[in-house]
Ligand binder design. Sequence first.
Ligand SMILES: Cc1ncc(COP(=O)(O)O)c(C=O)c1O
Length: 393
Amino acid sequence: MEFLSRTMTGECLKQEMSTDPWISIPDEVRELYMQAGRPRPLYRATRLEKHLKLKKVRLYYKREDLSPTGSHKVNTALAQAYYAAKQGKTTLVTETGAGQWGSALSYAASLMGLDCVVFWVRNVYNWKTDRRTLMKLLGAKVHASPSKETQTGRKLLTDSPNHPGSLGLAVSEGLEYAEGHDGSVYCLGSVLNHVLIHQSIIGLETIKQFELVDDSPDLITGCLGGGSNFGGMALPFAGEVLQKKRKCQFLAAQSEAAPNLVKGDYRYDFGDVAEHTPLLKMYTLGHKTEMEPIRADGLRYHAAAPLMSALRHHNMLKAVAYPSDEKVIFEAARTFMQTEGWLIAPESSYAVRAGIDEALKAEKAGEEKVICMNISGHGFLDLQAYKEKLGID
Ligand SMILES: Cc1ncc(COP(=O)(O)O)c(C=O)c1O
C-alpha cells in the first residue's frame, strides 16, 4: 500500500477500497462524458436478427465504440485524469495492449493539460502504426515494451531482444517509471475495482435504455481480457440480480490464448510480471505465463478482475474461450458489419461471436430470449488485422 500510495492517485486508491454503495461522478467528469458522446446508444440488431433467421430471440448492442478514441476506455481515462490533475500531478503513465487504453489516456491527459507516457506491448506497437500516430498526435510519449526506459525492460531485452511483450510486463514498466519520475502517477486501464466502478456508467445507462423500450436482457455477452468493459456493463445488472430485482445471465467471451476465466485457478496472484502490484484474488493463468500473441491483443492478460472473478466463483458468470486462430471471431465481425454496418474492434467481435452462438442455440431450442452484446470499441485502426484474417487484398 505504501508503494501504491506513491505511484497511484489518492482518490482512485480510496475508491479501490471503498465500501460505499454509490460514488458520485464529479460534475466536471460528467460534462466530459457528455462531450465524449455519453449517453451512448443501445440498438436493436434487427438486420442481424433477420440474417440469422431469428424468430424467438431479440438481439441488442450497446455502442461503446462511439467514443473519441474508439473504445469504452475513455470512461475511466477521463475520471483518472481528472483526479490526478486535482491532486496536482503532471504526468500520467500507463501500459497498453490493444492500444485503445493508451489512446484513451493520451486523450484524457491532453484535455486535462497533463503529459502522458505509454508503455505499449511490443508486438502490437509494431503493427498498429496508425494508432501509434493517434497517441503521438494527442501529445503522448509512446515506448514499445519491453523498453530501455526501465530496469525491468532492460533486463528482459538483454535476455530476449525480440521479446513480444505482454500486458503484465507493460504494467511493471509503467509502475517502475512512475515511481522514478516526480509528478508522475500510474493509471491502470482494467482489472482494478476503481476502473470497473468508472466503467459501470455503461451498465447503468443500459438499464435505463432497456426500461425506455420496455424490454429486459436475459443474457449479456461481452469480451473479457482484464474485465473492464464487461464489468462496466454487467455489474449494475448483477447488483440487481443479487437484490432479486431481475433475472439475467452473463457470458464472458475470451481467447484460448488467454482463457483466464475458463482455465485459470482462483487464487491470489500478482497483476504484473515484476510483482509490483499487491496480491489480488483472481482467476489467473499465472503472472509469468507466456501467452501467444493474437490480433485481439487487448484480451491477452493472465488474470480476470477480482470483481469478475468473484462473480465467476459464485457461478453468476459463465465464460467461453474461442480458438486463437480467431477465424470464427473475424467472421462474426464481418457478418456484423454487413448486417448492422459497423466496423467493430477485434476484441468486441468476441462479444458478437458469443451473442450469435447463444442466439442460434436458443432459437434451435425454441426458447424466447433477449441477448445484449457490449460493443467495446471500433475497428478503424485495426484494418490490418481484418485484411490478414479475412484475406482481403
Ligand atoms: C476495444 C477493447 N475491448 C476490450 C478490451 C479488453 O479489456 P477489458 O477486458 O478490460 O475490457 C480492450 C483492451 O485493450 C479493448 O481495447
